[in-house]
Design a protein around this ligand. Sequence first.
Ligand code: AMP
Length: 286
Amino acid sequence: METVKTISELRAARLILPQPVGLVPTMGYLHEGHLSLVRAARSECASVVVSIFVNPTQFGPTEDLASYPRDLLRDLQLLEKEGVNLVWSPDVEDMYPPGFQTWVTVEGVARPLEGSMRPGHFRGVATVVAKLFNAVQPQRAYFGQKDAQQAVVIRQMVRDLNFNLDVVVCPIVREPDGLAMSSRNTYLNPEERRAATVLYRSLSAARQAYQAGERDADRLRQIMAETIQSEPLARLQYVSCADADTLQEITGIVSGRALLSMAVFVGKTRLIDNFVIGEENHAPGN
Ligand code: AMP
């Protein structure tokens, strides 16, 4: 496994990689969720590139950029075991040199949900992912359904800017008690960690109601909100029942594929999670 830092080193190493190349963009502090993307890439591509970059432009001024967990050595050991070909961990100054002034702004699908709670977040995400795509030139790029809106935003950017690659979205990897794996789970103390299962319980309650025939979007949102509110350590930021493709909030009846999603503070830690419902009406993989 080769590791590189600068864009010129990356370009040189990329030239000799067997094709097709799969890219897995990450912010490091890797867990099984990240490794599931690496394994998907490994199984579908001749070589796998993993980028590790805590991208400052996707963090808001009051967010956790400074405290975001980092452990590059451990990450490299994990990736070596997965048979990764190339790891790229650029410095901030290399990605955003002085005078940087070009941004990628996805409009409609980046506006609701996380976009409305985290102004500028998806501009930072789309810009850095465009830069990763341009530098690595992968044939496939792997993202997690954990960040459902991010996957929709990236697909939109790829379509709109004609990036010549396939976006692959992989299922959410969870802890045995249902908590979606996240580098931010490390912020939780033991009591908060127990309380954090409320996101999964809340999504499960709404899905159960849906499976029992409930189709009223307001009612599904209410079930999720009430479950979150039953947990004293949790503070709801938003719950949503939205069209899974457009991310527009559903008013009235849920008919096609819907994204149930939420952001919840457990103590000071902001957690997100989601389920997709209504997939039985679609071909597998859609
Ligand atoms: P991050 O390091 O948080 O930026 O995540 C890098 C990639 O891993 C993103 O595409 C995430 O959606 C994905 N990811 C993070 N957590 C999970 C998880 N629990 N299951 C599946 N994918 C995940």
